[in-house]
Design a protein around this ligand. Structure first.
Ligand code: ZN
Length: 405
């Protein structure tokens, strides 16, 4: 997210800097006639009264003052997350173009150091202050419960809290019949109009049923015109159409999704925001392990920048949770199947997740044997806001182990 076109400089609390007039009372009492002084004094009193009411109501609000950000890395394998780059793919010229360059970048014999090279934010800040689930070496298992093991069924399970193999059985652009957690939150008065989603893949508006859900889902090569606009956003709208289109019109590079989200978050400050990255899956399908690693590394960097911004912002700092997840796994047992995922690819139902936030205990890499499910993520997102996800359909409970109490 640190893709600031203004030189990646920290823009702390931009709202307050951009709109200082709202808080400034220009008042010069000297040299004014008496009557004017009285008027100005009453204006000042009224202003102070409003400030007092504002302070009081923000005091009351702070009881439920929680924000949540969700990021997914499409088809990012748990094997690479926990072990770092896989030597049988990294050293293989079939999957890695310039092996010398990429070995230097991602390889070291120590697996703990290696995974830190691939995802340095995950394996520093989140490992220290949050939680990471899915290391099957210690039977900490996270699985999808749908029987499809590809994207739409995975995102459906993640965000509706229930698999739906009967109806969600392709990646076709079919409006999702089931209410998702972001939509449910957007219907609560506290979050109405404060929910937004960004995705690289142009199927997200259907998965999240943008039309019914009523919040912005900016995906594919769609320009953003909603909300407060900036010059940077207008530039990004133009630039995104100028990238090469390896995935035709279906998917833009994550750099645009990341930058769009970054710009929106800073200028519009949503309470609930989802960012769906896609590069990892696309590069894996095309057999480019080097680009898959670069994509994962950059996704981690954007997450780091997002978290740094959130913790530096007056509104978000200390009140915001972040959840990172994936829609499905990929093959590994048969090494060449690392490119693929579907119900016939062994292990493609194996996933991982990570979280950080004020209610999340600092347990780092969770090494206790357990079984978690993708369908628990929706309720977990709501729980991060102190809410219980209760749509009309049955949903899985949150990951209870994740929370302090
Ligand atoms: Zn895929």
């Amino acid at each position: 997210m640190g893709f600031s076109l203004d030189g990646a400089g920290e823009r702390l609390a931009p709202f307050f800097f951009e709109y200082p007039g709202a808080y400034r009372i220009a008042f010069k009492p000297a040299h004014l006639p008496f009557a004017q002084t009285i008027i100005m004094k009453s204006i000042l009193t009224t202003a102070l009264l409003f400030l007092f009411i504002g302070a009081f109501s923000s005091c009351v609000q702070s009881q439920t003052d929680r924000y949540v950000f969700v990021v997914t890395l499409d088809g990012m394998r748990w094997q690479d997350v926990f072990h770092g780059a896989d030597s049988s793919l990294l050293f293989n010229t079939e999957y890695t173009s310039d092996t010398a360059y990429f070995i230097k970048k991602y390889w070291t014999p120590d697996p703990l150091e290696r995974r830190r090279r691939l995802m340095p934010f995950l394996w520093s800040v989140i490992e220290r202050e949050g939680q990471i689930y899915g290391n099957r070496d210690v039977q900490n298992n996270v699985n999808v419960s749908n029987g499809k093991w590809f994207s739409y069924p995975g995102y459906n399970e993640l965000f509706t809290g229930a698999p739906d193999d009967a109806r969600i059985n392709s990646n076709a652009k079919i409006p999702n019949p089931t209410v998702n957690v972001f939509e449910w939150l957007n219907r609560q008065p506290a979050y109405q109009g404060k929910v937004a989603a960004f995705g690289s893949w142009d199927v997200f508006p259907y998965i999240l049923n943008e039309e019914r859900a009523g919040f912005m889902v900016n995906a594919g090569f769609e320009d953003r015109t909603e909300g407060r606009m900036s010059e940077q956003q207008r530039l990004l709208n133009r630039l995104q159409h100028q990238q090469p289109k390896p995935w035709l019109e279906a998917e833009r590079y994550d750099v645009f999704t990341g930058a769009f989200a970054d710009e929106y978050i800073r200028t519009n400050q949503p309470s609930v925001c989802y960012i769906g990255f896609g590069d990892t899956d696309e590069f894996a399908h095309s057999g480019d392990y080097d680009m898959y690693l670069d994509a994962a590394r950059q996704n981690d960097q954007w997450i780091a920048d997002l978290w740094r911004y959130l913790q530096s912002d007056k509104k978000y700092a200390g009140k915001t949770s972040l959840l990172i997840a994936t829609d499905h796994g990929r093959g590994d047992a048969v090494k060449s199947q690392w490119r693929d995922h579907n119900a016939s690819v062994k292990g493609a139902d194996q996933i991982w997740m990570a979280a950080i936030g004020p209610e999340i205990a600092a347990r780092g890499e969770v090494r206790t044997p357990m079984q978690l499910w993708q369908k628990q993520v929706a309720s977990t997102i709501a729980r991060m806001l102190g809410q219980t996800f209760k749509p009309a359909h049955e949903v899985a409970p949150p990951v209870a182990e994740m929370f302090r109490n």
